[in-house]
Design a protein around this ligand. Structure first.
Ligand code: ADP
Ligand code: MG
Ligand code: MG
Length: 866
């Protein structure tokens, strides 16, 4: 019932049902939170009555009363939505204490120190969360108390210190709010419930939901639960365990324990906890019990669990369980292990791994032999390697990222307010906190490299410096490198290398390949990219751009001569010099992709992109070409276009200069013949870009086919080269039937198709698309994730009309969208034969295509064409 009770409430109830020791309590539903918000942040009329009733039942069950002077019941008031948002919303612990109850708690427990520690914690949390008082005020008072006593940790404070601290806290409350700290437990409770509801709409919670794409939830539930105390004397403490290692996926009890502490101490990263393995020696019985419960929960939920526990004087309680966040590597390992253990089917395992997260596995790591100056070693909280300039606050990280700068966010500890900065940074470094601190959990979720608990670094956020143990001072803007795999913090930008796919990833992808119906190709322009794509499992090249091949120094010269030539003869002379380069390029790529289809696009960009810009460069070129500067300038002027994206480019260029297409067709065919002579099989598809008219395609297809036939005749090799087109103009989608009469394949160029469907310039959309997203006018950036409604309709129409004319017409997509799981799901539904994406996205696309097959049958959207 997680929709209604929130994940936390539902799972606590489920654990109670399984007979696992959890403190008793009750849950206020997420629907109540929604009602609270629709009523303008007022409680529904009957809430008070229902809370009174449920509380009375809880008091009866626990045999204690809230605020009682003899034996008080204390409760926690906990937030929790249907989807976990770690640390984003508020929780209040130890509620129900007041000046009378604290004395009762001290007497009843026989532990004065504990009672006053609970009271000061309560005032601090309530003050911060409910009364909105700056928590730094409380922390300063606490630090002073420690300083006066001369101890480093809160646990060193005496009962008398704590009673004085409570007085100071009350003074802080009085000064900040102009009122006394509320003594009535019922008032405390309703105020805390209100605060938890309010935290649903807090800025940080909203930001988190936006970044994580969480929508459609009613709100947060409120779980009210009897307190158990890890901050008592004896065998007491609190911790977090994962049923498997969340970084590597290995099957082991993994986590942390903090003796004599309450849960918030671990989560907030205030004290650095010990590995849970210490329990094995100190409290072996409890360790075994914890292991057994962890196994039981994992078996019940059939997934790796993240479990909060507290030990109160030798008795173990579980306080929360949820599917654990894990690194991409762990996700794959756990999914494949669970199949091997007979817990999951292969299909279930495929659906357990977020396709996009595979991208992280291809992230760089530090080169093994790279020279490094290690400043400190922290905890390897989230894998990968990252280098960047140091920034000390989230806003600075965001500003730098907006400028395109790479930064590392450095904080003493992160809090939920830092999430936008973590998102913007390449990596995150903290001085305190463990493997389950806020920074670690959030970074793993985001797939960001993170090192926590680098305690030997002195991070001075005010002065913006990091001081290493050896005295090195790193200032804002200096470069550092993090290794999230080892926890090393290094000076400067250290060399990184790209990883190999692990055995379990290959396994999972092999299962994916068996299930998916769409092929996956890659966009690659060089033999190196082609080789990498093939290694990642690409089944062909969906887009080989030819323009990049013209930029090497010896080639750009010939290209410029071609562009600046006065007549066809001049152009042909220059093209003749380009031909051997092109032939060698194509041969290289076709050889790498032997036996697999390769789609080569004819020249696409406007010609001025190949020409020099500045005065100096123009003068130099004029000298090179031995033409007067003025004449060159005239020619450049003539080539200038008001709107190059919509100008003389793509097939339009080759309609006016067919010799370009002729040269490229010859280079391609000669390369294929040469390979045929070597016994290498090729399957070339020549693609005409930016076609809108049937006649445009036909004219260029004639040139290509004619030239290919000539080469075939010359060389004696029959190559069966296909000629098709890139569908990237709305008109081409609409008139797809006419074009398909001669075109042998369609490849949807959804970058341009998006640009021309929306009328959004690809180069300028960044100025307004973010604002559209903020206002909810667009759910996604349509250049990142396909607009399945509008652009999607055009794709569906193009497929349907094309196939109506040419049965079985091969169709694919080759825009950026080919590597986006949501867009891939759309392509599956639209009946495309393949998607093509950047080499690094190939594993993502293989898994996403399999998931699309598992989730929905192929329904060719023929209706859209009607
Ligand atoms: P979050 O969602 O931020 O983790 P929680 O509601 O889980 O917030 O609570 C924060 C911390 O307080 C956790 O460590 C949790 O285990 C602890 N806690 C919550 N309720 C209780 C309780 N009734 N007794 C003891 N500890 C509790
Ligand atoms: Mg929790
Ligand atoms: Mg295009």
């Amino acid at each position: 019932m997680r929709e209604l009770l929130g994940g936390k409430g539902a799972n606590v109830a489920e654990m109670a049902r399984l007979g696992i020791p959890v403190p008793p309590g009750f849950v206020i539903t997420t629907e109540t939170c929604r009602d609270f918000n629709t009523l303008g942040q007022r409680f529904p009329a009957d809430l008070q009555l229902q809370v009174d009733k449920a509380l009375a039942a809880l008091e009866a069950q626990s045999g204690r009363k809230l605020g009682d002077a003899e034996d008080p019941l204390l409760v926690s008031v906990r937030s929790g939505a249907a989807i976990s948002m770690p640390g984003m919303m508020d929780t209040v612990l130890n509620l129900g204490l007041n000046d009378r109850a604290v004395a009762g708690l001290a007497r009843k427990s026989g532990d004065v120190r504990f009672a006053w520690d609970a009271y000061r914690r309560f005032i601090q949390m309530f003050g911060d969360v409910v009364l909105g008082i700056d928590h730094a005020l409380f922390e300063e008072a606490l630090a002073e108390a420690r300083a006066e006593r001369g101890v480093a940790e809160d646990t060193g404070l005496t009962p008398v210190d704590l009673t004085r601290l409570v007085d100071r806290y009350k003074l802080i409350v009085r000064q900040a709010t102009g009122a006394e700290f509320p003594q009535e437990p019922e008032v405390q409770l309703m105020k805390a419930i209100r605060a938890v509801f309010m935290s649903w709409e807090s800025q940080r919670a909203r930001t988190y939901r936006r970044i994580e794409g969480i929508t459609g939830l009613a709100g947060t539930a409120v779980t009210i639960q009897a307190m158990v105390f890890g901050n008592r004397a004896g065998e007491s403490g609190t911790g977090v365990v994962f049923s498997r290692n969340p970084v590597t996926g290995e099957r082991e009890l993994y986590g942390e324990f903090l003796a004599n502490a309450q849960g918030e101490d671990v989560v907030a990263g205030i004290r650095t906890p010990e590995p849970v393995a210490v329990l094995k020696e100190r409290m072996p019985g409890l360790y075994d019990e914890l292991t057994a419960l962890s196994d039981k929960l994992e078996a019940h939920y059939r997934d790796m669990q993240d479990i909060e526990f507290t030990i109160e004087q030798g008795k173990l309680f579980l306080l929360q369980t949820r599917g654990g966040k894990r690194s991409a590597r762990a996700a794959v390992r756990i999914a494949t292990d669970l199949v091997a253990e007979g817990v999951l089917t292969r299909e279930e395992a495929l659906l357990r791994v977020d396709a996009m997260s595979l991208d992280q596995l291809l992230h760089p790591t530090i080169a093994p032999d790279a020279k490094r100056t290690v400043l400190a070693r922290g905890l390897p909280a989230s894998p990968g390697a990252a280098a960047g300039a140091v920034v000390f606050c989230a806003d600075a990280a965001e500003a730098a990222a907006a400028r395109g700068d790479k930064v590392i966010l450095v904080r003493r500890e992160t809090s939920p307010e830092d999430v936008h900065g973590m998102h913007a940074a390449q990596g995150v470094l903290t001085a305190t906190g463990g493997m389950t601190s806020h920074a670690a959990v959030v970074a793993r979720g985001m797939g960001k490299c993170c090192v926590t608990g680098a305690g030997t670094l002195i991070i001075n956020e005010a002065a913006e410096t990091i001081t290493a143990p050896d005295g090195t001072v790193v200032k804002a803007g200096d470069l550092i490198t993090l290794d999230g795999g080892t926890g090393e913090v290094m000076l400067g930008a250290v060399e990184t290398v790209l990883p190999e796919l692990g055995e379990d990833v290959r396994q999972l992808l092999a299962w994916a390949d068996a299930v998916r119906e769409m092929k996956v190709r890659a966009n690659a322009d060089t033999p190196e990219d082609a080789a990498r794509a093939r290694d990642f499992g690409a089944e062909g090249i969906g887009l080989c751009r030819t323009e990049h091949m013209f930029f090497a120094p010896e080639r750009i010269r010939a290209m410029r001569e071609m562009i600046l030539a006065e007549d066809e003869a001049g152009r042909i002379a220059a093209l003749d010099r380009l031909l051997p380069y092109q032939r060698a390029d194509f041969a290289g790529i076709l050889k790498e992709m032997a036996g697999l289809p390769v789609t080569i696009r004819l020249l696409d960009p406007p010609l001025h992109e190949f020409l020099p810009q500045g005065e100096g460069a123009i003068a130099e070129l004029a000298g090179d070409l031995k033409v007067p500067v003025e004449r060159l300038k005239d020619r450049l002027h003539a080539l200038h276009e008001a709107n190059p994206m919509m100008g003389h480019r793509g097939c339009r260029l080759m309609i006016t200069y067919p010799e370009i297409a002729r040269m490229q067709a010859r280079a391609i065919t000669e390369a294929a013949s040469q390979l045929a002579a070597e016994g290498v099989e090729t399957a070339v598809e020549v693609m005409v870009p930016l076609v809108g008219l049937e006649g445009e395609f036909n004219a260029l297809a004639d040139v290509v086919r004619d030239e290919a036939a000539k080469v075939e005749a010359e060389t004696g090799h029959t190559l069966a080269i296909k000629v098709g087109t890139m569908i990237e103009l709305p008109r081409a989608c609409l008139r797809a039937g006419e074009i398909a009469a001669s075109a042998e394949f369609f490849s949807f160029g959804t970058n341009d198709l998006t640009q021309f469907t929306f009328g959004f310039s690809r180069d300028d959309a960044g100025k307004f698309v973010p604002a559209y997203r903020e206002r909810g006018l667009l759910a996604h950036d349509p250049f990142a994730s396909l607009d399945t409604d509008g652009v999607g309709d055009l794709v569906a129409i193009g497929v349907a009309r094309g196939r109506a004319k040419r049965a079985g017409l091969k169709t694919g997509i080759c825009g950026e969208h080919g590597g986006d799981p949501a867009s891939i799901a759309f392509c599956h539904g639209a009946g495309l034969d393949y998607v093509s994406c950047s080499p690094y996205r190939v594993p993502v696309a293989r898994l996403a295509a399999a998931q699309a097959s598992l989730k929905a049958p192929r329904t060719v959207l023929a209706a859209a064409a009607e």
